[in-house]
Structures are given as structure tokens and as C-alpha cells.
Ligand binder design. Sequence first.
Ligand SMILES: [Zn+2]
Ligand SMILES: [Zn+2]
Length: 323
Amino acid sequence: MNQYPVELHAHTHHSDGDFSVTELVESALDFGYKGLILTDHNTYSGYEEIVDKLLDQKLIILRGIEWTTYFGHMLVHDPKKFVDWRTATIESIDYHINQVKEAEGLVGIAHPFAIGNPICTGCHWEFQVRDWSKVDYIEIWNRTAPHKQFWSEKAYELWTSKLKSGIEISCSAGRDWHRPDAKGLLPGITYVQVPEKLEQSTMKAALKKGSMYITLAPRLEWTLTSQNINYSFGDKVPAGTYTISVSCLEPNLPLLKELDIEPKRIRVIQNEMIIEDIKLSKTSASFRFDKTLVRGYVRVEISGRYQNQEDVRLTIGNPVYLK
Ligand SMILES: [Zn+2]
Ligand SMILES: [Zn+2]
């Protein structure tokens, strides 16, 4: 399995971003992203420019949009046909989400707890979703320094409450990139895990399955092994005994390598209960142990110091689901 950093939420001057499409693509390559989804507000027009001009770039790019409404912002990634958001009401969002799914699009709830009116009308999620199983991810980290934003914690609670209620749903990070960020301000990164090369199809499949994790810096590898078969993020497996391998690895993006961080613990969490709490004594380490896992889900987090702040969630892995 290979892991690739991707950005799922980015704007250009086709909506309210300062980047031209070319500048966004160049900035993404400079940062070290291998994949990008263009998500301008209520328009796909930027992607047409990419198709025309930028196909030879070393960046896998998917078409996307940020539905921008009075009742919330929703990332719609790679739908195969146009789905109209303009008639979506608080009560009718399930119908619209279903239409996106029928169009083979992926659905992500953007910054659900951002401040709404009068600071940013529509930025706070007010749609009444009844069927959360159709939502692919909740963007629990938005913009830069997400560990310092109060809404990240609320979004994390929303995500874990859905997991606990039995829904299979991923967390994602979105830079919500509009312009070059101030020096020293870094976003959370989404890493997708794919069997071989990153391509449009493998990137989309990983996002759909939840084969991904989010991080402020350390990389995370983990597998559950039973009878010589390995499972990882987003897989569905029977409850039972597994050999768990988990590694905290050094960051591999240039700006993240320079960060003053210290991973201190790896926690394995089953149904929101910590079932293994490993103390780290160095920034890169691997562990292996057996666990009997019950029905529900199991996931991994790395926490530690981020600059002068302690007990920060540095890395959050999406679950393996146990049937
Ligand atoms: Zn938004
Ligand atoms: Zn946005």
C-alpha cells in the first residue's frame, strides 16, 4: 500500500480564491501534494481550464464543487453529472445527497461548526441530514492550524458520535485554500492509501472507502492481520483476533519536516474506548500486538506536542469496521 497527500478543498478566482487555476496547481505541487480536488463555490468552471491546459502536470486532479447555500457548505467530489443545489432546503438535503450519490459523487460536509450568520452566512451546517450513511466524510479539520480552532473539537465529536451510532463515515481535512497562507501556518493533511499508483480512479476509490487518515505532521501506518491477510483504513472485517501493526513515521512533506512537534502516544480506540495506549520515546517507531476485537470499529490516533501546545491530536486514522 502507498500513501499520498491530497488536498480536498481548494478555491481559485473562479469563485472567491486569489489563485488562478495555474497558480493553485503550482502551489499544490510546491507544497508536495500528489492529488487535488478543485472545489470552487457553486461552479466547476475552473476544472475546464485544467482539462484544457494542465493535463501534463504531476498532480492528480479531480473535479469538485463546494455547494454554497444558506444552510451549509457541502463538498461534492467528482460527480458524473450536474446536480442542482439551488432548491436544497433544510428538510430536503437527503434527497439532494441521494442525487449526488446517483451521479457517483462523493459527499463531504465542509466546516460544519464554522460560525454562521452574521460572520459567514451559510458556513454553519444547518441541513437536517436523516441518513448519515450517505455522507462520505465530515471535514473535521478546516483551514490552517485546525488544532487551535474550537470548531474542530465539535466536528470531531459529531464524527465520533456518528461512528458510535453505527454509521460508517470518515473524517477528512480540508485546507479550504483560497490564497497563499501566512508563513508558519500549516493545514491538516489528508493522506489517501491506495494499492499502487495514485490515479483519479484510485484516489476516488480511497476517498469513498475511507482508506485515508488526517495529520498535522506524523505519518501513520497500520494494519490488522488475520490468516496472512492485511486490512487497513476503511476495510470491513469480521470481529475476532488480529495482529495489529502500527507505526508513527516522520513527516515527508518539506514544510512539515521543519515543524517542532513531538509525538508522545499512539492510542488504539475501539468503539470510542482506548484499548491500547502506547507511550512513544522517539518520533518514529513501530509496534505489533494481538487484540481481540468486538463488533463496531477500531481506529488509531497519534497525540503529542505541537510547538508549545501539549496533548494535541496530531494524526487521526479512519476506522476499520468490524462486522
Ligand atoms: Zn465553505
Ligand atoms: Zn471552501
